[in-house]
Write a protein that binds this ligand. Sequence first.
Ligand SMILES: O=C1O[C@H](COP(=O)(O)O)[C@@H](O)[C@H](O)[C@H]1O
Length: 249
Amino acid sequence: MPFKSALTERLTVLTPDPLPVREHLFDDKAQLATALAKAVAADLRGAIARRGAARLAVSGGTTPRAFLTELSKQTLDWAHVTVVPVDDRWVAPDHPRSNERLLRETLFQGAAAQATLLPLRRPTATPEAALLPVLTQVANEALPLDVVVLGMGDDGHVASLFPDLVRRDIGLQPRGRAPVLAIRTASQPEPRMTLTLSAIFTAPSLYLHIEGAKKREVLDNAARDPRSTLPIRSVLSGAPAAPMLYWSP
Ligand SMILES: O=C1O[C@H](COP(=O)(O)O)[C@@H](O)[C@H](O)[C@H]1O
């Protein structure tokens, strides 16, 4: 039955296997934080050995606190590391929701305080007013990245690329777009600045740091469903190599 076999072939194309991730699973968050910090530190040492410098982008929010604290304890030549948040909220740097504040409180401690922090937030009233200087600095001083650690929200957002993102054509394209985007979405209380996937995918090492059963389900569903429009699906489908998933309950 030619029609039937044609239909079967089409369904196969539309429902491929789940998009791949390289899984690293841990019993608890503390073990994950230590292992992820060691892996990222090894990548940074490798970049410093090859090029004399390393460029790291890390996520904010609540998940990465223990990992960032562990990373600050790793022995490496921190004076040659540049760190950029993957996104930040347009709030003062001492605000509890500031990702820059999280970085200063956790990663920029001890010897790691010698690293260079490249904040995405500037003291302008709006992110749009700071877009050009931030974009220029990120392009000149942070790209190409060596390592990116992406978190994910329960809604499948990564960095500040939310499901209701208006400029998907800029934020979620895997290459060739501006590295930075000013964000305003109905789902968020404040505007934001974020790296785009074009910037994130410059890194040869891409980690997904995801904790808890609920987020794991969101990730697995997005990986399985080719119709998913969640930003995490764009990460899985567009990444140059399968991301490394670090997961614990
Ligand atoms: O808004 C944000 O959310 C995500 C996830 O945060 P979490 O609190 O659920 O861990 C985070 O990766 C991003 O950097 C942050 O700005």
